[in-house]
Design a binder for this molecule. Structure first.
Ligand SMILES: [Zn+2]
Ligand SMILES: [Zn+2]
Length: 118
């Protein structure tokens, strides 16, 4: 049996560079939007089989921002980015794992998240 999915209840723009998420279990997360972009899990950004990170941080604009957030099924979120990238689906598990608050173990490196995921 799958464990109950912790899902975002509310997504909000905490400030120009920060996406806030309120979770169904009461947790609140804040994400630097560029860090989120770097953590994109799509096949263009992370080599599916090897886990190799293909994102080139130097090519991601400093002011990249989410233009649109769209729920995918009941498990994830598709993000349309201002740099034109829109293929990544951030599963709720993954998004939650990326929470950088002290209770979740502090800031994560977006470029190692994909490798740690499997
Ligand atoms: Zn991607
Ligand atoms: Zn947290």
């Amino acid at each position: 049996m799958a464990k109950p999915i912790v899902a975002p209840l509310e997504l909000f723009q905490a400030d120009a560079r920060t996406l806030g998420v309120k979770w169904s279990d009461g947790h609140a997360s804040r994400y630097d939007v560029r860090q989120l972009r770097l953590a994109c899990p799509c096949a263009h950004c992370i080599q599916e089989w090897t886990g190799e990170v293909m994102v080139k941080p130097e090519l991601i604009p400093a002011d990249v921002a989410p233009l649109d957030l769209e729920a995918v099924g009941n498990y994830g979120l598709r993000v349309q980015w201002s740099d034109g990238h829109a293929t990544g689906i951030y599963t709720y598990d993954r998004l939650r794992a990326f929470c950088g608050c002290a209770a979740c173990g502090g800031p994560k490196d977006p470029l190692t998240l994909g490798a740690a995921k499997r």
